[in-house]
Each structure stands twice: as C-alpha cells, then as structure tokens.
Write a protein that binds this ligand. Structure first.
Ligand SMILES: C[S@@+](CC[C@H](N)C(=O)[O-])C[C@H]1O[C@@H](n2cnc3c(N)ncnc32)[C@H](O)[C@@H]1O
Length: 308
C-alpha cells in the first residue's frame, strides 16, 4: 500500500505528538495513542491527519460514535478530504453513499505511483487489462468485426497497463487520470498520443461527440459510485458501433456499496440499469475477478457495452 498521507499541522509540537502517537498506534497501544492525538488536536484544532488517525483508533477500539466525530473533524479540517474521511463515514454507515473525493483519489494514487505496478500486478495478481482485452476481442468476434480501433480513450489510465494490453489494436490512445504522478508514468510508456490529468467525467465532457471507437476503464469504475453519468458521456463520445469495456467489483445485492478496501462494489442489477439509462447495449457481462485480496479473488464483473 502507498505511504500514509501526512498533512502537517504547521505546529512543530503538535506534529511531534502526532509522530509519537503513530509509534504507539503501530505498537498496539491504542489508548495512549488516542490520548496523544487529543493533545495534538488541542494544540492544532485544524490538524486533519491527527483527527483522521484518531478516527481510525476509535474505530479499532469499538468506539463508533467517537470515530464518527473524529472523521467528521478530519473532513472539516481538510474540506478536500485528502484522507478520505468521508469514505470511512460511509463505511461506518454514518453517511449515505456518495462520490469519492477527487483529492483523496489523487493523493492516494500520487503516492502509489512509484510502486503501483509491482503492488498491483505482483502482490494482487491484477489481471484487469487482460480480461478486458479478451472480452473486447470476443465482443468484436461475435459481430464479425475486426478488433481494431482508430481512437481509444483509457479512463483512469493509471500507469498505462490497459494501453499496453491493447497497444497493437489501437492507433491513437488517449489517457485520462486524476493523478498527475500516474500520468507521468503513463507518459513513459510512449503508448499514449494524448494524456490528460482530469476527472474522467470532465475529461469525457471535453471530447467531441462520436470521436472514439473504444473506451476502456480497467479497475477505475471501482472509484465511481454512480456509473450512469459517466456511461452517458461515454455514449456521446463513442462512434455508432463503438465499445465501452470496463471492470467493476461486485456483490450479491442490487446497488452500489463501499467495501473495506474503500472501493465501490456494484451489484449486477445496478450495472445493467446504468447501461440502460445511458442507452448502451450490453454485449458481454461476465463474472470474473480482476484482482486478489488476501490471496482470494475479489468478486468482479467484466462488462462490454456497445453504442447502437
Ligand atoms: C487501480 S488504478 C487502475 C489503473 C489502470 N487502469 C490499470 O488498469 O492499471 C485506478 C486509476 O483510476 C484513477 N481514477 C480513479 N477515479 C478517477 C476519476 N474519477 N477520474 C479519473 N481517474 C480516476 C486513479 O487515479 C488510478 O490511476
């Protein structure tokens, strides 16, 4: 996992108390760590990292209400919510499901970028791009069309693993990602004709109508709570007959939920409903896992949709 995000309080003593508290937390002395964190927040009431860590400790101690209060203070102290306190509040059931804070995603993947591929591919057995590749080939084969695409957009392109999988089938690759560091890595592959640091929805909105033959989102829709707005923009940007291929994590229920890994899992019915709302036809939907967690495949779906 990436290094832990730390936002200095601007007060040296408070920052030092935080460091001691982290040592205690890592050694398992949660009560003493909480006490030091409270001292740090007394000194620096807007110390987001201390409030966030306190929230985690309260949660570990089974003190749900105190955890909720600390996570709310973390978010108040950093309205961009780089720690993702709002996700912890959703997970605690204190707030209803909402969009992931973009600043959290950016901070997470900016920190993750240097070791992303090793962590994902080697440690988690990541296979999202290969699954998408097979599914897209099969979808094209089924309609007797060649699997060759002039222009493809890679949403949440990360370091470029999806473009690597599709490199020989695509003329012109466009990558969009929230994280500048991931985009830097993608640039090094030399596979993208265009790269853009942007939220995928905004990046799609800036694209011309009917300007892409293929749109990919490998392990990126797991950071999107409501799929429909993105899929509607995808439809506008695709040429008639164009394909959208994406992976999601899933669960047995209906809608979207947030999982322990702080990614969304979408039930099959809500994926189908979002495609329908976007007026995209379902070409393939397979129950396949794109990655492991604790050496166990995480339930997932591989979806290919077509614009008629
Ligand atoms: C798990 S990585 C997958 C990267 C790549 N697609 C792959 O298969 O290796 C998820 C990527 O999606 C990006 N991301 C998440 N939410 C996003 C959003 N709303 N708009 C653009 N990029 C997003 C993250 O910054 C990250 O680089």
């Amino acid at each position: 996992m990436p290094a832990r995000l730390f936002l200095s309080s601007g007060d040296l003593v408070a920052d030092r108390r935080f460091d001691f508290a982290r040592d205690l937390q890592l050694r398992g002395d949660l009560v003493a760590a909480a006490d030091l964190l409270l001292q740090a927040t007394d000194l620096a009431p807007g110390f987001a990292s201390a409030w966030f860590t306190l929230g985690e400790i309260r949660e570990r101690l089974g003190e749900r209400d105190a955890a909720i209060s600390a996570f709310r203070k973390a978010r108040d102290a950093d309205p961009q919510d780089r720690h993702g306190a709002s996700l912890r509040l959703m997970l605690l059931g204190a707030e209803k499901l909402s969009a992931m804070p973009p600043a959290y995603v950016r901070a997470l993947f900016d920190q993750y970028a240097p070791k992303f591929e090793t962590a994902l591919v080697e440690d988690l057995g990541y296979r999202g791009p290969a699954l998408l590749f097979k599914a897209v080939l099969a979808a094209r084969h089924a309609v007797h069309k060649p699997a060759f695409f002039k222009r493809a957009v890679d949403l949440g392109c990360g370091t470029g693993l999806a473009a690597t999988a599709f490199a020989r089938e695509v003329d012109h690759f466009i990558g969009i990602d929230l994280s500048p560091r991931m985009i830097e890595k993608a640039r090094l592959t030399g596979l993208y004709a265009e790269l853009e640091v942007a939220d995928m929805l905004e990046g799609l909105r800036a694209r011309r109508e009917a300007s892409a033959d293929l749109i990919l989102a490998a392990d990126a829709m797991v950071y999107v709570a409501d799929l429909a707005p993105v899929l509607k923009e995808v439809r506008r940007v695709l040429v008639p007959g164009g394909l959208m291929a994406f992976t999601v994590e899933t669960h047995d229920g209906e809608g979207a939920i947030i999982g322990e890994g702080l990614r969304y899992a979408h039930g099959t019915p809500c994926v189908r409903a979002a495609l329908e709302a976007a007026d995209l036809g379902l070409a393939r939907l397979e129950e396949l896992s794109a990655r492991n967690e604790d050496n166990t495949p995480v339930p997932g779906l591989v979806v290919v949709a077509a614009k008629s």
